[in-house]
Design a protein around this ligand. Structure first.
Ligand code: C5P
Length: 223
């Protein structure tokens, strides 16, 4: 096909972002971080005084912020009402609140529509990473990957991204990841799940380079 759409799903800390960005850069495709969009709407809710535990309030505000994603894998961007949100969406406050906001159907409907319009207009194709891309957002994707890794490996990777962590922080990171994944997997609206036709890649004992090579090979087989 002239364009190729790749869906990469999986829980937090499996290497989705690093893998997706590198694969997109190598193959000349766009890159969309859908978690960043859920984080962006969550950040807007928190800074706009919306109670993120109040589902009706979150639903009522779901259409309000303008969210724009830049899809260059070398320099992905995200803005909310024109303001750069790349820094603020990575705070602990946003990470703790995002699962509640992303579980609200009105939020998912709004963000899903945005994701489809970006993916379906990408000139050469795109790598889209998230939780429900292969199952719900882009069920006709040319290739679906589901990344997994042991809880220990995921926590170690996530801790490595943060700075100056000791052993007790590793345990806390593992607990926080487990809590977020449980929430994301058990929600009613479009939960984290592997599509039936997704290729599962267990990254526990693989280097990032090996995962990237594996996915690039799978994409090339589809082209
Ligand atoms: O990928 P990241 O960890 O940044 O995602 C943040 C959160 O956004 C997830 O924990 C999940 O609640 C939500 N999300 C989602 N569906 C997606 C991508 C992310 O619900 N496709």
């Amino acid at each position: 096909a002239a364009t190729v759409i790749v869906a990469i799903d999986g829980p937090a800390g499996t290497g989705k972002s690093s893998t997706s960005k590198a694969v997109a850069a190598k193959l000349g495709l766009g890159y969309l971080d859908t978690g960043a969009q859920y984080r962006a709407i969550t950040w807007w809710m928190l800074t706009s005084g919306v109670d993120v535990e109040d589902r009706a309030a979150v639903a009522g505000a779901a259409d309000k912020p303008a969210i724009v994603s830049g899809t260059d894998p070398a320099a992905p961007t995200i803005t909310v009402d024109g303001a750069d949100a790349a820094g603020p969406i990575r705070t602990q406050e946003v990470t703790s609140a995002v699962s509640a906001v992303s579980a609200v159907p009105e939020v998912r409907a709004r963000i899903t529509e945005l994701q489809r319009s970006i993916a379906l207009t990408a000139e050469r194709g795109i790598v889209v990473e998230g939780r429900d891309i292969g199952t719900t957002v882009l069920p006709d994707a040319d290739l679906k990957i589901f990344l997994t890794a042991s809880p220990e490996a995921r926590a170690a990777r996530r801790s490595g991204e943060l700075k100056g962590k000791d052993a007790s922080d590793l345990a806390a990171t593992q607990a926080a990841l487990a809590k977020r994944d449980a929430a994301d997997s058990s929600r009613k609206a479009s939960p984290l799940a592997k599509a039936d036709d997704a290729v599962e890649v267990d990254t526990t004992d693989l280097t990032l380079e090996q995962v990237i090579e594996c996915v690039v090979t799978l994409v090339e087989e589809k082209r």
